[in-house]
Design a protein around this ligand. Sequence first.
Ligand SMILES: NC(=O)c1ccc[n+]([C@@H]2O[C@H](COP(=O)([O-])OP(=O)(O)OC[C@H]3O[C@@H](n4cnc5c(N)ncnc54)[C@H](O)[C@@H]3O)[C@@H](O)[C@H]2O)c1
Length: 416
Amino acid sequence: MRVAVIGQGYVGLPLALAAAAAGHTVLAVESDPNRLDSLARCHSYIVDVSDEDLREAAASGRFIPVTDLRGQPAADVYLIAVPTPITEADEPDFRFLDGALATVAGTAAPGALIVVESTVYPGAIRHHVAPLFEQLSGLQAGTDVRFAHSPERIDPGRDAQYTEIPKLVGGLDEQATAEARAFYETVFKHVVPVSSAEIAEFAKLFENTFRYLNIAFANELGRAAREMDVSFHEVVQAAASKPYGFMPFSHGPGVGGHCLPNNIHYLNHALRSVGRPSTLLSTAAQVNGAAPSYVVERLERSLERSGMTVEGATVLILGLAYKPGVADARNSPTYDISDALVARGARVRVVDPHVPEGAGAVSFTRAELTEMECADADAVLVVTDHEDFDYAMVFQNAPLILDCRGRFDSAKVEQL
Ligand SMILES: NC(=O)c1ccc[n+]([C@@H]2O[C@H](COP(=O)([O-])OP(=O)(O)OC[C@H]3O[C@@H](n4cnc5c(N)ncnc54)[C@H](O)[C@@H]3O)[C@@H](O)[C@H]2O)c1
């Protein structure tokens, strides 16, 4: 089939490559000129995709990076994998989704299947995506073209076989679900059809907010455990020895990434629209949102015990990525922690070999992880525990360590 994948990011690029590997001819649509240029040079910017993967795909002749679909013949299947962020007012922001729909509307012809992979709220495809597309294209959803949702479950940095992750598909009608199922079965090993797009949309948000709520619970308990002088990491390990009915979640410096912090607002938007906003979610957002300031408070206490203050201190933060092993720094707690420390007169340096230097203004300066850097700092803060940090060297050289990830097993290191 002829497949167009709109957006070549963490979700769209692996998807486009998997579709090409399955034998489809894939137009990999990417509006960012830097990313498009990297694709043309077979230079990957995504942790789970290697340059070799890109070279193989290019050599097959079935992976074709393009900036948009103008001048291209119609595709059989359109897969939309663009960002779905939130606005300043914490409402769903469909700027990119609407832009992608305009791109698709420019070439789609009757018979097309259009699948949204981006995370959206329950009802978004039926009440926003399909009507907007009809307006833009003059084609009718359900008769001319079919719409479905297949939420992405990729976990960047996790060493899992992408095409083995079970793939949910739910269409606006039975025919759409059947067509989406048939397409996805050519690419993925386990396709899980559900009875509507709304089920797929809701399931994705349930999965992610389940995680968010449990992290909030761990954050609350972790802070209380600290006051009791009990290691919450050990509590979690102990509880995890129960072979059923429990999943381990850790407390930490805050919840980052493009997904979890936004998804709660997508879900609450849908819940509010039916008059049933979730107080649990709002409380969890408060608890997780306070995590960076709790880190600063703890660091302040640790520095005071060593006869220092935050004002005038040099703090070396390990980690800018929102989780280990990735280059993605979107919504990373490091930004808030650094801003708060700098506002109190500290000097902050951040080490992260995975995250390239960005263009925007930040409150810290970037550094490399060296003995001197650790020894010169008044405190080292472990925010993201990348595997490739030399923790033994940090332990030997840093005068004070506050470990937000339970990486160190020594009484000399302060645990969050
Ligand atoms: N990153 C994850 O781990 C993950 C996991 C599951 C679901 N999701 C969801 O998947 C969606 C995409 O997330 P992502 O992390 O891949 O985002 P991303 O920012 O890495 O990639 C999106 C890409 O789309 C491009 N783009 C935007 N508008 C475009 C347009 N009109 N035409 C062509 N390209 C366009 C952007 O330049 C960008 O490269 C979001 O809804 C996200 O919530 C992400």
